[in-house]
Write a protein of this length. Sequence first.
Length: 602
Amino acid sequence: MSDIIQLLPDSVANQIAAGEVIQRPASVVKEMVENAVDAGATTIQVIIVDAGRTSIEVIDDGSGMSDTDARMAFERHATSKIRQAEDLFDLHTMGFRGEALPSIAAVAQVRLKTRIASEEVGSELTIAGSKVISQQPVACPVGSHFYVENLFYNVPARRKFLKSNATELNNILSTFEKIVLVNPQINFTLHSNGVEVFNLRASSLRQRIVNVFGKRLNQDLLPVEVETTVCKICGFIGKPEAAKKKGAQQFFFVNGRYMRHPYFHKAVSGAYERLLPNGEQIPYFIYFDVPAGDIDVNIHPTKTEIKFENEQTIWQILSAAIKEALGKFHDIPAIMFDTEGKPDIPVFDPSKRTAPAPRLQYDPQYNPFQQSSTPRKEQVPKDWQQLYEGLTPEKKPVVGELFSSDETPSPTLADEKSPIHYQYKGRYVMTAVKSGLMIIDQYRAHVRILYEEYMQQMREKTATVQKVLFPEWVQLSSSQEVTLEQIMAGMERIGFELTNLGNGSYAVAGVPAGLDGLQPTALLQQMIAFAQESVMMSDEDIYHTLALSLARHAAIPRGQVLSNQEMEDLVNALFACSNVNYTPDGKKILGILPQSEIESLV
């Protein structure tokens, strides 16, 4: 029997590694920008075309590479950041695996220009599909200039499953934000299709946060700072009034590296207990400085999952620091009384009593078990029947008597339902049908009704715009602005009127009719956040996302009391929809409690 196990070629091995390291254009930006940070760059430029599908350029003024290092950098597991296994537990750089550049070169065409300060001439290296095409001397400044084009050109399946340009650009912006927030001392610029998206000068941490997410966030930030022998924690948390249902900026960083940590997130949200409504998210930017030997980042190629040796201790320190920040800056709500123009309420003084104290009077001879000799007076008159002469008893509607036994079944529940409804705890509409008791979630039912109305309005362009007397101003981040540009046509079809004021600012001049009581700017931001979480490709997908988001906000809230006529209108409108059983996002709207089960309960 011949041997069947063989060593894979380097090109195949690199493509396998690229499947984990390079998942989309944002992964290329992340790896190359982090390499520039590790190289000591003070200025980093990122230039992308077609959301990275066509090309990605990263230019830095870091230390650069020699001819030999430039060639070795594209070999697997070749790195300058660690030397031995013990170095994995004392990391001070963003990268260390030596897999990023080989993985990029395996699935793209790469051209590198680089020069070190001690050399007068740099080196230009061209690689495609892990194969070196050429290497020659070139005149270039100190640092590195990576040019990556035709990403996934040799992996058509991976390129086919990339999302739309707007979605991929959002992923790039999200990755870019995580890097710039932890390196405020570096100048960053980012251009997309020739348009400048970010131009961030070196600044303080707070100023960098404001430059990325807008000036309005500055007034909602509270500083957090604590230093112990276990760790140092600093950063900013949001005031309770800055909370959002969706799209709140929430970032954890440890030793200059972004991380996801649900356990620490609970510490933050727990500190805001009873300060926020359910479902609200608070923004925070929290930076941990922990001894390198106390954490392990070598878990996943993305390096966002990090293990802590003193996790519980840090959790307690974090929770205490946030509670201290909230209390220190007097941001815990207090009961305040406006006494201007109000009558003075005298303080009670026990030495100046103007009325006698109340006295308790009782009969000491009273015995509740002793029968009285006085005859009891009849409570009901003997001629009580005369009071009801001429009146016939009205037959009350009972579930079992709503429909006669010889009545033929109706084809739909709409024909079977009773005109009399009952609302349970302000959440459910209950009505009798032939088969039992139908229970409808009023909020979900209204979401389905409004969703189909908004979808029809967008398809037919029949939305009614309600003008705002005084246009409201909203500040959007770069990623939110990209999403808004993608859904702008749908927003206008559904009834929004937005004016671009420049620099991420928009004026809301009109909103869809029927949204009384909703704040336009908050609604707009929540709809954009919902759109960012959705996968949108076609116009129909955009319409679906906008209609569902708007319907969720405009629907009858749970707990609102409805009259019988309002419940009747709601049920009739629901049964006029194309799908009465489920909401557009798949949640059940109604259920029927069978008559047999009701009888078994009584």
